[in-house]
Each structure stands twice: as structure tokens, then as C-alpha cells.
Design a protein around this ligand. Structure first.
Ligand code: AMP
Length: 194
């Protein structure tokens, strides 16, 4: 299986690139942010809980997030691989993911991180907020909290997979096609050598 973690701060282009990557590799796309927004849109208990955290730009607690992710993976036994978009965001999530995939006889193939300067992220997210309908993209203070949370809680996940020889940093500025080319080069290198 090709199991990819698409990594990077909010606004780094993960969702856009995930759409291109699923077309190329024909694998399942799981975005925990999208799953939370779906639950929120349906006013489910999980959605209401997630909303408290998302509206502040904070992370939803690990136990909630990990359980939801596992349910989604379990619902797709036919998947030839998975792109994890926005997960794992903490070391606890990364360890849980490794154990979970191990129990299925598979593992993370690679983590590819999109590197974008902070000020570019803020400009992109405020721009996206005009059309995305996402409350967390419309408030600069919330955007800056999300970037801070990424730095403090999420960047250690890059090092965690680097210790396993699986992390790659990709410049996330340029055209969508240029960035896609860099991503696929990195993924193909890791995949063929794994
Ligand atoms: P995203 O769509 O990936 O930008 O995620 C939007 C929001 O959903 C984040 O700011 C968090 O509040 C929440 N979220 C998404 N994925 C996770 C995760 N793996 N762990 C905790 N919270 C998450």
C-alpha cells in the first residue's frame, strides 16, 4: 500500500495537492478537517464537540480524532493506499497511526511536507475565507493561532517520521503544477526505494 502523509501548515495547499495526488495514485483521501466539517454540518455530537476547538483554531482532542480516523480507514478495506491530509497533527496521533497501520500489516510510506512562509499562509487563508465559508479562515487571530499550534504541536511529527527516514520537505510556493511535480518526484523516489 502507498500510505502518504500530506503535511504542512494551514493554507500550505494540502487540499489542492491531495486532489491531484488521488488522481495520480488512485488512493483514498482522508482529510480529518473535512470529516469534522461534515459532522459539524450535520450537527452530530462529534461535530458539536469539534466545533468548540475548530472555532478557536485549536486541535480537537486526540482520542476523538484518532477514533474518527480509524473508523474512516476501517470503512474502506478496498483502498490500495491512503493520503492522510491534516493527520497526524500530534505525536500521540502519529504513534496511534503507526500502531493502527501495523495491526493491518502496513505502514506509513512517506511524509511530504509543504513549506510556505507564515505571511504567505495568512494572505492565502484570508483569501480562501472569502469563498470557503469557513469561519476559521475569516478571522486573522484564529489563523495565527492555527499557525502557532502547527509550530508547537504538529511540527514534531515531521521529526518523528524523519527519524524513520520517511520525511521530505518540499517548497510549497510556485504554481500548483510546479509543486505537484516536486511532490510526485519525492513520493516516487521514496516509493521505489521502499
Ligand atoms: P484543516 O481542514 O486540516 O485545516 O483542519 C481544520 C481544523 O480541524 C483544525 O484547525 C483543527 O481544529 C481540526 N482538525 C483537523 N484535523 C485535526 C487533527 N488531526 N487533530 C486535531 N484537530 C484537527
Amino acid at each position: 500500500m502507498l500510505n502518504l502523509i500530506l503535511f504542512g501548515p494551514p493554507g500550505s495547499g494540502k487540499g489542492t495537492q491531495a486532489d491531484n495526488l488521488i488522481a495520480r495514485y488512485q488512493i483514498l483521501h482522508i482529510s480529518t478537517g473535512d470529516l469534522f466539517r461534515y459532522e459539524m454540518g450535520n450537527d452530530t455530537p462529534l461535530g458539536l464537540k469539534a466545533k468548540e476547538y475548530m472555532s478557536r483554531g485549536e486541535l480537537v482532542p486526540d482520542e476523538v480524532t484518532i477514533g474518527m480516523l480509524q473508523n474512516k480507514v476501517n470503512a474502506h478495506p478496498e483502498a490500495r493506499g491512503i493520503i492522510f491530509d491534516g493527520f497526524p497533527r500530534t505525536i500521540a496521533q502519529a504513534k496511534a497511526l503507526d500502531e493502527f497501520l501495523d495491526s493491518k500489516g502496513t505502514s506509513v510510506t512517506a511524509l511530504v511536507a509543504l513549506d510556505v512562509p507564515d505571511e504567505e499562509l495568512v494572505v492565502r487563508l484570508l483569501g480562501r475565507g472569502k469563498t470557503s465559508g469557513r469561519a476559521d479562515d475569516n478571522d486573522e487571530a484564529v489563523i495565527r493561532t492555527r499557525i502557532d499550534v502547527y509550530k508547537k504541536e504538529t511540527t514534531p511529527v515531521f521529526d518523528y517520521y524523519q527519524d524513520q527516514g520517511k520525511s521530505q520537505m518540499i517548497p510549497g510556493v510556485g504554481t500548483i503544477d510546479e509543486i505537484f511535480g516536486r511532490l510526485t518526484n519525492a513520493i516516487d523516489d521514496i516509493y521505489t526505494s521502499s
